[in-house]
Design a protein around this ligand. Structure first.
Ligand code: ZN
Length: 131
């Protein structure tokens, strides 16, 4: 009689052994700069916690920029009154970069441009991005 479902450890044993046999590559963590190894061709973080910390920073900064850009585009009168424009957005980006330089030895805090642009659909329908 076969137990169902099979325990996770036995279900993926062959796959885990195949992964473990792959050659390891050297990387440095974008969040903490610690050297680490991975069997992946591209890896950027030494652990899930550092991937989350890095992405949380992006999410917070992105939300700040999003609100400014949307106000600049769709609440033009208030944006002008509050001096929300490209100069403010560029100053904010410079402040983020200054923090990266001071606190994270200048490590990149944004995704590579080719990755960022590849994730944006070329056209949205009337439902926008669906959210
Ligand atoms: Zn790390």
């Amino acid at each position: 009689m076969v137990a169902f479902p099979a325990p996770a450890s036995s279900r993926s044993l062959a796959a885990r052994l195949a992964v473990a046999a792959r050659p390891k590559h050297q990387f440095r963590c974008l969040e903490c700069d610690t050297p680490f190894q991975s069997v992946e061709d591209r890896a950027e973080f030494c652990c899930a916690g550092h991937r989350k910390a890095w992405n949380n920073r992006r999410a917070i900064r992105g939300a700040q920029l999003y609100d400014l850009v949307m106000a600049m585009r769709f609440e033009r009168g208030m944006a002008v009154k509050l001096a929300i424009g490209w100069a403010l957005i560029c100053r904010l980006a410079s402040a983020y970069r200054d923090a990266d330089n001071a606190l994270r030895a200048g490590r990149r805090s944004w995704r590579k441009p080719q990755t960022a642009i590849a994730d944006i659909p070329l056209a949205y329908g009337r439902e926008g991005d669906g959210r």
